[in-house]
Design a binder for this molecule. Structure first.
Ligand code: NAP
Ligand code: HSE
Length: 431
């Protein structure tokens, strides 16, 4: 059988999973590729470090030129995180004639334009299915399978770590920091988990998907974003009491004025598909004008789900499928935007507010009057009895539809009341 030599650069969580699939399931990959996918080299920084996979002798090297100078290695999975040296290594691989697979969304969201242009100039291809939603084939689905559609809406849970943390907090009341540590141990989190919990990772993925789905050109940092680090266990409990779950949602909605984009924790009514996505699972709900709503669900982080997407990309490159579409698809092209991004300030939503207030007569009335002054109607209120001698009580308000700027202004005004002892929090609510 014909043999395609492949290599891996970076042998962390994902790299080890890719090596396992190639080494332990060669029959499977050969059947789908119509050739043996032969793991020739694995490049690491430190060849002495213990790795989570047994490699055949002679495969491990700390010298990238063992890959770049070997013309028989055609496909390389570049699985190191961060921007540098990931960017330089990617360029070096492309210059040396390799087709490259990456799972690094931070790199694509920051330098996608440069890398894709260079690949096109060199006649090379980049495959990046694993960069968004781990094992879910969302890149191929949006850029190829749904190409007959005008996509009008995209809503997703795109960060496995955040969803894992919020699920753990909800199920067991575990502390935020403990859940972050657990997500790191399980291999879900980025090397610096700040990007996971502050919404940056989800914004990078939303920027990539929206580029493909809508043809917008937006830098991920310009997407309004809020992370799960603003959520307290109390919010998860109150959401539950009102029939909702907290989820970090990434949304892109086409409107008459352009594309509204946002990453933020939101309350979603229990029973809705996105509300029931648990643990490190991801999900994406896409609406196309011909197909209607399509829902994708699967493991969005973790070693083997991510390796599943990387190896499929390696096979597609080895057989030449990716090369057929890479040049023609509008992937990270510098072409003019088809759709402009519009401010999301005037987007209507219901809101959840939680305030910590003095337990005095008239406090609830003051708040109701401020909300009313901003034309925000109250849908429901929760105020439990004061616990013990505590001088303050939490007050939770759920509103009817209101616009973003009115909700922000009302929150600021309420926070200035002398009876409000801690800054209130505000989250969007979606049915
Ligand atoms: P990781 O466990 O931190 O592994 C990264 C590996 O890259 C480490 O083994 C590191 O080496 C290696 N490395 C760094 N610089 C290198 C260099 N100059 N030469 C060779 N190796 C180098 O990260 P990961 O979780 O596997 O993630 C890899 C990429 O996949 C990231 O971009 C991440 O965002 C993306 N991703 C991860 C997941 C997931 O669930 N983990 C899911 C989807 C996408 P040392 O071992 O020597 O430190
Ligand atoms: N850290 C990322 C997450 C990995 O938790 O979703 C998958 O991209």
């Amino acid at each position: 059988m014909e043999k395609t030599k492949v290599a891996i650069v970076g042998m962390g969580t994902v790299g080890a999973g890719v090596a396992k699939l190639l080494l332990d399931h060669g029959d499977r990959t050969a059947r789908h590729a119509g050739r043996t996918m032969w793991l020739e080299r694995v490049v690491v920084r430190d060849t002495k470090k213990t790795r989570r996979v047994d490699l055949p002798s002679g495969v491990l090297t700390d010298n990238l030129s063992d890959v770049t100078s070997d013309p028989e290695i055609k496909v390389v999975a570049q699985l190191i995180g961060g921007l540098e040296p990931a960017r330089s290594i990617m360029l070096e691989l492309l210059e040396s004639g390799k087709d490259v697979v990456t799972a690094n969304k931070a790199l694509l969201a920051e330098h996608g334009g440069e890398l894709f242009d260079r690949a096109r100039d060199l006649g090379r291809s980049i495959a990046f299915e694993a960069s968004v939603a781990g094992g879910i084939p969302i890149i191929t689905s949006i850029s190829q399978c749904l190409s007959a559609n005008a996509i009008t809406s995209l809503r997703g849970i795109l960060n496995g770590t955040s969803n894992f943390i919020v699920t753990r907090m909800e199920e067991s009341g575990a502390a935020f920091e403990d859940c972050v540590r657990e997500a790191q141990e399980l291999g879900y989190a980025e090397a610096d988990p700040t990007m996971d919990v502050d919404g940056s990772d989800a914004a990078q993925k939303l920027a990539i998907l929206s580029h493909l789905a809508f043809g917008v050109r937006i830098h991920w940092a310009d997407i309004p974003r809020q992370g799960i680090n603003d959520i307290e266990t109390a919010d998860i409990r109150y959401a539950d009491e009102m029939g909702y779950r907290m989820k970090l949602l990434a949304t892109a909605q086409l409107t008459d004025s352009g594309l509204q984009m946002r990453v933020a924790p939101m309350l979603i009514r229990k029973g809705k598909p996105l509300a029931e996505v648990r643990g490190a699972f991801n999900a994406v709900s896409v609406v196309g004008d011909a197909v209607g709503r399509v829902f994708f669900h699967g493991q969005g982080a973790g070693q083997m789900p991510t390796a599943s997407a990387v190896v499929a990309d390696m096979i597609d490159l080895a057989v030449g499928r990716t090369q057929l579409t890479f040049r023609t698809l509008e992937l990270f092209s510098q072409a003019e935007a088809r759709v402009e991004v519009c401010p999301s300030d005037e987007a209507l939503s219901r809101f959840y507010f939680r305030f910590t207030v003095d337990d005095h007569p008239g406090v609830l009335g003051q708040m109701a009057s401020i909300l009313g002054g901003h034309k925000i109607s109250i849908a429901s209120v929760i105020q439990h009895e004061r616990e013990g001698d505590a001088p303050v009580v939490p007050l939770v308000v759920m509103t009817d539809l209101a616009n973003e700027s009115a909700a922000a202004a009302a929150l600021q005004e309420i926070n200035e009341l002398p009876t409000v002892s801690r800054g209130g929090v505000r989250f969007r609510v979606t049915d």
